[in-house]
Ligand binder design. Structure first.
Ligand code: AG3
Length: 296
């Protein structure tokens, strides 16, 4: 621990995660601080986690831990499919998911749909290690509302990855059953969808309601989890829905240049702690069924 230098300014980035909970990171430099048509964009250099991108006050990426989230939201769905060729990324304008998708050789085209071009431009300028695949010849970028884009595309994708911001304002619709239903139409008959579903400690009702909405649309659905240190509580969940393949199994090989994802981790991420099973009701329902059986 370095002694405080009283002559240097004491600047902190604070995410107000909940009314009674906040995360603070010391700022070395403020790089971008601007309002776009859709949201507020902040880029700061932090002492502990490197560069940080926050949208409307919510941390999206830090240079130091973005790999944990991007690898887990991408490779589970991609490796559960034997040959993912057409991939749609909803949100994710920073390019982190696209970078991971491009690591799979079977991919022929990946389409990124983000509503806010300024996020894409900011990532290109300040996060080259995250946005590095955005100019890849297999990548197509559409800056528009993903709700509209998904409605206009039917039977096209093998994998859809919903890398959205928290469910507020324009992103709220991406957590609803009606969105999952249109996304199911946009997927081919072997399609898989994955969406980030927040923290079970910070936002338990978002985890359960989003998972249940997905479960109503897809015949096969699971929740899995991973660590993201700078997101609220550090414990993160992802909901995955599938038309054909059991996403707990791997069918294509994992990319070599990963730092978090492994096949063992793929399998183990689906093993949920008891409270998380209870939260999404699967266990509770099964227990009720068992009890009913014993009673007869
Ligand atoms: N999108 C999900 C970020 C949610 C974080 N929430 C928060 N900090 N309150 C991340 C986009 C990265 N490509």
């Amino acid at each position: 621990m370095q002694p405080m230098d009283r002559r240097s300014p004491d600047l902190w980035y604070t995410e107000y995660q909940k009314p009674d909970m906040r995360l603070g990171l010391r700022i070395k430099e403020i790089l971008v601080n601007k309002q776009t048509q859709y949201q507020h964009i902040l880029v700061v250099e932090t002492a502990e986690y490197g560069r940080l991108l926050a949208l409307d006050g919510a941390i999206q990426i830090t240079e130091r831990d973005e790999f944990t989230y991007h690898e887990m939201i991408t490779h589970v769905a991609m490796c559960a499919h034997p040959t993912p060729k057409r991939v749609l990324v909803v949100g994710g304008g920073d390019g982190g998911v696209v970078r991971e998708v491009i690591k799979h050789d079977s991919v022929e085209r990946v389409t990124l749909v983000d509503i806010d071009e300024a996020v894409i431009e900011t990532s290109r300028a300040y996060f080259p290690s995250v946005s590095c695949a955005l100019d890849h010849p297999k990548v197509e970028i559409a800056t528009m509302d993903a709700l509209v884009y998904v409605k206009e595309h039917v039977d096209e994708f093998n994998v859809i990855i919903v890398d959205s911001t928290d469910p507020v304002d324009f992103a709220a619709g991406l957590y609803e059953k009606s969105f999952f239903a249109t996304a199911a139409n946009a997927l081919k008959s072997d399609g898989i969808i994955v969406a980030q579903t927040e923290s079970p400690f910070a936002e338990p009702e978002i985890v359960s309601s989003t998972f249940l909405a997905l479960r109503e649309v897809f015949p096969i659905s699971f929740l899995y989890w991973g660590a993201v240190p700078t997101y609220p509580t550090g414990l993160w969940t992802y909901a995955i829905g599938s038309k054909l393949y059991d996403p707990r199994e791997t069918r294509s090989s994992a990319p070599l240049d990963v730092r978090y994802y492994t096949k063992d981790l793929h399998h183990s991420a689906f093993i949920l702690p008891k409270f998380l099973k209870d939260l999404i009701g699967r266990d509770a329902k099964m227990q009720t069924k068992e009890k009913a059986c014993h009673a007869t």
